[in-house]
Design a protein around this ligand. Structure first.
Ligand SMILES: NC(=O)c1ccc[n+]([C@@H]2O[C@H](COP(=O)([O-])OP(=O)(O)OC[C@H]3O[C@@H](n4cnc5c(N)ncnc54)[C@H](OP(=O)(O)O)[C@@H]3O)[C@@H](O)[C@H]2O)c1
Length: 399
């Protein structure tokens, strides 16, 4: 028999940025299930030193990065002496470029993952992307850099991973695709009357009906900004115009997204609502691997519902379409304004429906410029944070 066929499958060496978060913890779970396929070689977080130290002890990684430099000494005391600790945003970028790694999974919430993502691409690493915000802010730059370096962008977001799976092996190319259809759970307020939305509390917004996720994405799911961000993310990942990206509400979150082809056929990808599925596919691609994940039991699925989003009551989708169609720096502004508004809502400074207002007002005040340079995008992002903070009536919360 051919030796090449008998050879053990390649073991991916993965750097995981945002290891202490929801996606980070699911990635560790996938790595635990597939030790012969996935080896974690670097971990990074912002400041959760106890959780990071426990992950270092479990995985045996020898290199970590911590963005919050004030906590490095505390981490030093908790990990073995032969573990290298890199610090600050530069430390994250250095970890993302480490020689030994072949893939970097970015699961940092918000846009702090952008510089490490670009460093990873520059160093020739494949990028598994959970952090949708970086593609919304700088999709043109990230995709051009990946193409120039010949590295792959592997979607981890369940919707984009579903589309990636539906398109995988499809030889007809983009011209045979008629629409990408992203599914949305509709969030906890899907059926609420519009006049009750202004009174939504933080606790209510943090109760997602189908997914367990970090705070920011859970609020984004409640406003539907998450789906708006995903529309723009899809535009960059799949090179499909915004006008061909649609959203359908599917409360059970079993169909993760669909591709409609020009002959009218639709391919959908389904699985349980568990982020381990898309993470595993992204990290074992181009192969499918038997792991410990359980398939759907169709006998127990009562029904699958689909409905139109309530565009007028949840304006995030319209704002996203406007940002994506206009392009240039407007998507970066859309994203940054949303980050500020979500922080302000979490801090109790603004109401739930103010999130839409703050993002809309910030977008309408912006003079869109081309987004082909990183400087232009960073400048638009900083402008949007200042402007959104003022529309939210808060001191600027973060840069
Ligand atoms: N959760 C999901 O199911 C899901 C699904 C699809 C896509 N996503 C996307 O994946 C990303 C992560 O979401 P999540 O739900 O996992 O968030 P999360 O639970 O809030 O975790 C965020 C992670 O990012 C780290 N982090 C934050 N700021 C950082 C910085 N400046 N430098 C380094 N690390 C930093 C945090 O570290 P500390 O713990 O130290 O603060 C933590 O590890 C988001 O972009 C989200 O939209 C998430």
């Amino acid at each position: 028999m051919d030796d090449a066929l008998n050879a053990a499958p390649a073991r991916k060496k993965v750097v995981l940025l945002g290891s202490t978060g929801s996606i980070g913890r699911s990635t560790l779970e996938v790595a635990r299930l597939l030790p012969e396929r996935i080896e974690l070689v670097g971990l990074a977080a912002n400041g959760s030193v106890d959780a990071l130290a426990a992950q270092v002890r479990e995985t045996g990684v020898k290199r970590v990065a911590l963005c919050d430099t004030t906590k490095v000494a505390a981490l030093r005391a908790l990990v073995p002496a032969d573990v290298t600790i890199l610090a600050g945003p530069e430390g994250l970028a250095e970890l993302a470029s480490m020689e030994e790694a072949d893939t970097v999974l970015i699961a940092i919430v918000g846009t702090a993952g952008l510089q490490p993502a670009l460093a990873a691409i520059e160093a020739g690493k494949h990028l598994a992307v959970a952090s949708k915000e970086i593609l919304v802010m700088a999709g043109e730059i990230v995709t051009a850099a990946a193409e120039a370096k010949g590295v792959k962008l592997l979607p981890v977001d369940s919707e984009h991973n579903a589309i990636f799976q539906c398109l995988d092996g499809h030889r007809g190319g983009e011209k045979e695709v008629s629409r990408l259809i992203l599914t949305a759970s509709g969030g906890p307020f899907r059926t609420w009357p519009a006049d009750r939305l202004a009174d939504v509390t933080l606790a209510q917004a943090l109760k997602h009906p189908t997914w367990e996720m970090g705070r920011k994405i859970t609020i984004d799911s409640a406003t539907l900004f998450n789906k708006g961000l995903e529309m723009i993310e899809a535009r960059w990942l799949f090179g499909i115009g915004m006008e061909r990206i649609d959203v359908v509400v599917h409360p059970q979150s079993i169909v993760h997204s669909m591709v409609e082809f020009i002959d009218g056929s639709v391919l959908a990808q389904m699985s349980k609502t568990d982020m381990c599925f898309p993470i595993q596919y992204a990290l074992t691609w181009p192969e499918r691997v038997a792991g410990g994940l359980q398939p759907l039991d169709f006998g127990k699925l009562a029904k699958l519902d689909f409905e139109e989003p309530r565009h007028a009551d949840f304006p995030a989708l319209g704002l996203a379409r406007q940002a994506g169609l206009t392009g240039g720096t407007l998507p970066a502004v859309f994203n940054a304004a949303n980050e500020i508004a979500v922080d302000a809502f979490i801090d109790g400074k603004i109401g739930f429906t103010d999130i839409w207002r703050v993002v809309g007002e910030t977008m309408h005040s912006h003079h869109t410029a081309p987004a082909s340079s990183l400087e232009a995008v960073i400048e638009a992002d900083a402008w949007a944070r200042r402007t959104a903070s003022s529309f939210a009536g808060v001191a600027e919360l973060s840069l």
